[in-house]
Design a protein around this ligand. Structure first.
Ligand code: NDP
Length: 241
């Protein structure tokens, strides 16, 4: 069997109703996995694109939302993609926006990984793919809770890899650059900002959700069994500049 095949594996993708999460769900299904597309809204469009699979409602406003999911059935691959952003100057940033972003992007991610690991460690195999960001490495501006949360995702990815690698779990992350999704619609609609971003990307184009999805397939597949605690930049070279 190809080391890139996911035949016989079950995968759960969070935030799979749109954008990067939707593309990851479709790509995992195309690689042979049975995919559970999870969202706080319905994932009907994703299910139609996959042509197979299931959907599951999980709202990570509650960081414990996924606590019982992995005990109920065998899931081999977890992709933590759900994420939100709030923009405001650091000097004016509210506690509510801090908590909302940290709860969804970091706390829910950690406790979802923990629930997954509790089920997968006894089996001695499993793959976790976390979606990080350029702001896992850079400071950004006007996004303090997002930057803190994504730095946290990078750190936790390495910690969990350290603790679980010898027990058969691969924990890795993808750091997307500027990807064409709802998240970046406002940036792309602003000609000056859009041009400034494009001028800085060595590859000369924005990323597409599919660019992230194919990396997720790799990190979910046997081909990446010796990769632990890596944060793969999929950014057209942005961080290399
Ligand atoms: P989208 O806004 O299109 O997707 C975000 C997804 O997260 C949506 O499915 C959204 O659901 C889901 N989500 C948000 N809050 C919750 C919640 N409480 N419970 C469950 N699901 C939730 O943006 P992207 O596809 O761009 O973002 C996907 C990931 O990629 C995020 O983690 C983001 O930080 C990261 N990323 C994106 C980059 C980009 O350039 N686009 C760059 C770097 C990182 P709903 O539709 O219901 O809101």
């Amino acid at each position: 069997m190809s080391p890139f095949s996911l035949a016989g594996r079950t995968a759960l993708v969070t935030g799979a109703n749109t954008g990067i999460g939707q593309a990851i769900a479709v790509a995992l299904a195309q690689a042979g996995a049975e995919v559970i597309a999870s969202g706080r809204r319905d994932c009907d469009e994703t299910l139609a694109m996959m042509g197979s699979g299931r959907s599951l409602t999980l709202d990570f406003a509650d960081p414990m939302a996924a606590r019982d999911v992995f005990a109920a059935e065998r899931i081999d691959i977890l992709v933590n993609n759900a994420g939100i952003i709030r923009r405001e100057d650091a000097v004016d940033f509210s506690e509510a926006d801090w908590d909302a972003v940290m709860d969804t992007n970091l706390k829910a991610l950690f406790f979802t990984c923990q629930a997954f690991a509790r089920a997968a460690l006894p089996r001695g195999m499993g793959k976790i793919v976390n979606i990080a960001s350029l702001l896992s490495f850079q400071g950004g501006i006007r996004v303090p809770s997002y930057t803190a949360s994504k730095h946290g995702v990078a750190g936790l990815t390495k910690l969990m890899a350290n603790e679980w690698a010898a027990r058969g779990l691969n924990v890795n992350a993808i750091a997307p650059g500027y990807i064409e999704t709802n998240n970046t619609e406002a940036l792309r609609a602003d000609p000056a900002r859009s041009k400034a971003i494009l001028d800085r990307i060595p590859a000369g184009r924005w990323g597409r959700p599919e660019d992230i999805a194919q990396t997720a397939v790799f990190l979910a597949a046997p081909a990446s069994d010796y990769i632990n605690g890596a944060i793969l930049n999929v950014d057209g070279g942005w961080l290399a500049r």
